[in-house]
Structures are given as C-alpha cells and as structure tokens.
Design a protein around this ligand. Sequence first.
Ligand SMILES: [Fe+2]
Ligand SMILES: [Fe+2]
Length: 208
Amino acid sequence: MARTMLQKPEDYRLTNMDDVSCHSKRMTGNRRRLLQVGIGIGGMLLAGPASLLFRSEAAGRTRAVQAEVATISGRGSLEELMALALQHEHGAMIQYANHAGLLSHWINPIFATSIQDIIADEVEHTVTLVNALAVRGLTPTLAVWPPRSGDQARELILMDIAAEQGAVELYTQMLEHDLDPTLRTAITSIRDAEILHRNIFNDLLEKV
Ligand SMILES: [Fe+2]
Ligand SMILES: [Fe+2]
C-alpha cells in the first residue's frame, strides 16, 4: 500500500497489465483457517429471518453506493471512470485496513488475515489503473474516495459489501466502452475480482 501512495506514476509500469493476479483467490486457505478457529464460512446460501435482514440491509447499502457512483460518473469518459475507480480503490484500501483492524480486535484476528488478501488485490487494481492512465498521458490521482467506518461489526461489513458493489458497477461501466483487448482483459479480471470480494464479504457477514 505504501508503494501505491509514494511511487511516481512511471514506476507503476513495472507491473505487466496482462498479469492481473488475484490474492483473494487464496481465500480458500483462509476459509479453512476460519473453520479451524470455529467461525467457519457457511457458504453463500442464507437462511432464516436474521440472515434475510442482513441481506436486506446489504442491498440498501449497495443501492446507496450505486447511486453515489452514478452521480459522480454519469456518462463519464473511460479516462474519467478510470480516475474515479482509482480513487475508489484508494478509499477501499483505507476502509478495509480500518475494518480489518477493528474486526480483528472485536471478534477474531482471522478477520484481518482474510481481508488483507482483498487489500492486496485492491493494490494491484491501482497499479493497473495507474498504468492505463499513464499511457494515455494522464497523471494518476492520489485522491481518496471517502472511506467509511463504524462501531458495529455488521455495519462495517455491510459498508464493505456496498463498496465492492460500487466497484463492480464502475468496472462494468468501463467495459461498455471501446477498449483495446489488453485493457479489456485487465478490466474484466478486476471486475471479476470485485465480484469475488463482494461474495467473500457476504460470507463474512454471516460470521459477525
Ligand atoms: Fe479493486
Ligand atoms: Fe474489491
């Protein structure tokens, strides 16, 4: 994360944009650890009134973030969407680091272990965006989309689900533009990672 905030734009080109890995794919191992400490992941199927309430709350948060993203992006150009996504990635990194620390303190350190893989993915997404902006002669922003926090574990994870849904919407909007094949592959990979992140947070929501 520190490298993202400190390096000059040209230094980001060290990463091949074709090589978009996904740290959160290693969540399978993290899930195994969650099970080992007795707070295992229960899968995506929700059951019972309490879970339905959680899902309803998550949907409400998601709509709010979607509306916020739509207001900012409108019918933005590809470059505007990439700049907005870069801010969103910066904000997500800060928000998730905060939430990982709080959840680790309140519930179990394994939450931090799980969320750090998602943070690593967001860092890689910033590298891709910075590269794409730089090759277009644009200076990548260090602006930060406002991160959110709270004092309830469930509230935090609902915020994270909403943030991921906002990211999914942003990258989906980008894919509606005329992209070169390399960038399309990279953006598609990021969009898919955001969907995975959203699903992981949905799993975590059942554990708080
Ligand atoms: Fe991301
Ligand atoms: Fe994400």
